[in-house]
Each structure stands twice: as C-alpha cells, then as structure tokens.
Design a protein around this ligand. Structure first.
Ligand code: GLN
Length: 312
C-alpha cells in the first residue's frame, strides 16, 4: 500500500472494513474448483477518484480472478471495435431476472438478453479483433491493462479449472452457434471467455478500472483515453440495469449506482464524474454476489450520499 495512507477517507475505509468484517454469511464459489481455494476472510475495499487518488483498506494488493467483472469491459471493447450497431445484433440490453448462467436467449431475436450474463459475454468474447489464440490473449490483456494502468496476467490454474468444468457455458455457446449469435467453433470462443474471466487483478486495480468509467473513459491514474464517452454511457446503462444479475433491481433501489459483480467475490460500482468503487470478499449470496461487498456498497452509498437519484 502507498506510504501516505492517512486522512479521513483512509480512516473511514478502515473503519468500514472493521465494522463489516464480522459478516460471515454466504459461501465461496466452488463450482469452479480452483475458486474454492480462496480465503473466505479475504476482504478489501478501494475507492479511486476521477482526479487519480486511490484510497484502500484490507488486502488491497491481493490478486484474485476478475470473473464476471470482466464483462462490462469486453462489452466496451466490442463497441469500440465494431460500433454499437454491430454489437446490438449479437446482444440485447434487457435484464433477464434470471441467474447469470441461464441457458436462455430472447425468443424475438434469438439474442442473449444482455452482455452482463454469461450468454451475452460469450457473444462479446467472439468480437475481439484478433484471430489466433495468442493474439486474442494479447488483445485481452492489453485492453484490461489500459483500464488498470498496469500489466495484468492470466491465472493459469483458474483458467484450466474453469475450462475443465465449464460445461454449462459450453451448452450456452452451442445454443448460440445454433441461433447464429456466434460464428466460430464454440471451443475457440469459450477459450477466450475462460481466459477473460481468469485475469488476475487486485482490489486497487478494479477501483482504477471503475474510475476510468467514472471519468467517462479517461484513466485518471495514467491519463490515457481508454474509451469514448459514448461507449461509457452505453456500458454504464447496461451495468445499471443488468450488472448484479437477478439482484439488479434491488441493488439499484438500495445502492443506486451502475455496478458489476463476479463469482470470485468482487464488485465494482461507478459514480459518474466522481469515483469508482471496488470491494473484494469471496463469500457469496445465493445469486452470486459478494455478501460483504453488497453491504459495504450500501453503507458507502448511505454515508456519502452516492445514490444516483437523490436530491443533490
Ligand atoms: N467464469 C464464471 C462463469 O462463467 C463467471 C461467472 C460470474 O462471475 N458470475 O461461470
């Protein structure tokens, strides 16, 4: 952690971590065997502001896999690579109300409902520009690295574990081959998807990634322009309605911020124009969201009046 870690925000975050570290409900994801090895007590919070300051508490430099928090960034990358029109032929923007791994397409267009659930994310994975496995991995890591402001890598053990057991995702990919939502061999698309979920990040990385969305596409730490503002608008809209799976409505009601969660126990949330939030705690509720993560975001929203629809 940085040397200069004192001041009211740092102290607030340490206290918040302490106050919520007694929560021990929920269960570490184990359907991907390698994820079950996570320490259930790991806990970190980070906030990155649009002026490039990163505040954090807990095991803020511990790496874990990004899992579904990768999805908004792949969606953004697809929009920037192909344009929103081409992207919307492969994925909708409608919440499902169903679990993230549902084997379902909308029966009007045969599209996955949205890019925040597995089906939509697998369709987005095929929209990388590169054509060979090595080049695709390089494209993925370059893209994530711009958001995080540092070089990232793949956790090979999680990648292998997920690839060996991801048969439900295979079912989704074959269903989409049948409906024309993917064109290539499902195993090639799935390989990208499993790799994107296995990128190693820290809680501080995720806060910087979220703050890049908060800063309308400019990474506040590196100063680099990563996305066009219109892309960010599209991504945040879908995060607001679909980012927390079948908890998305309740989340918007309680916290009021566009967000994304993943089964490793990470959550990011974005207050446009202001800051990005990241929380990591591996124990999940029944829909797959981090229990401490949700509680921390509720308290942050309350204590700093972050909800998008309050009277400012
Ligand atoms: N890799 C995970 C899966 O496909 C991602 C799911 C998630 O984080 N919700 O099952």
């Amino acid at each position: 952690s940085p040397a200069m870690s004192s001041g009211p925000v740092w102290e607030y975050l340490r206290r918040l971590l302490e106050e919520t570290s007694g929560i021990s409900d929920g269960k570490v994801a184990d359907y991907i065997p390698e994820l079950a090895k996570a320490d259930p007590e790991d806990f970190a919070i980070a906030i990155a502001t649009v002026d490039g300051t990163v505040y954090s508490a807990g095991c803020d430099e511990r790496e874990f896999t990004i899992q579904s928090v990768s999805k908004p960034f792949l969606f953004a990358h697809a929009i920037e690579t192909h344009g929103i029109g081409a992207v919307l032929r492969k994925v909708g923007v409608e919440p499902t109300g169903d679990p993230f791994n549902s084997i379902v397409l909308d029966d009007l267009n045969n599209r996955p409902f949205n890019p925040m659930v597995n089906a939509g994310a697998i369709a987005m994975a095929e929209m990388l520009a590169a054509r060979t496995p090595d080049a695709r991995q390089a494209e993925l890591l370059e893209m994530f690295g711009k958001f995080a402001g540092r070089g990232l890598g793949i956790d090979e053990a999680v990648y292998r574990s997920e690839s060996e057991t991801g048969h439900r995702n295979r079912a989704i990919a074959y269903m989409m081959l049948n409906s024309g939502m993917i064109d290539g061999p499902p195993e090639e698309v799935l390989d990208i998807y499993f790799r994107q979920c296995s990128v190693g990040v820290t809680t501080r990385d995720l806060a910087v990634m979220a703050s890049t969305l908060a800063a309308h596409g400019r990474n506040p730490v590196t100063g680099a322009r990563v996305l066009a503002p219109d892309t960010v608008r599209d991504v945040l809209s879908v995060m607001a309605t679909c980012g927390m799976y079948d908890y998305a409505g309740q989340w918007m009601f309680d916290v009021g911020l566009p967000a994304k969660s993943g089964v490793s126990g990470a959550i990011i949330a974005v207050l446009p124009g202001q800051l990005g939030i990241a929380v990591y705690s591996p124990r999940l509720d029944s829909v797959g969201n981090s229990i401490r993560g949700v509680e921390v975001c509720k308290r942050l929203a309350r204590d700093f009046s972050l909800h998008a629809y309050i009277d400012r």
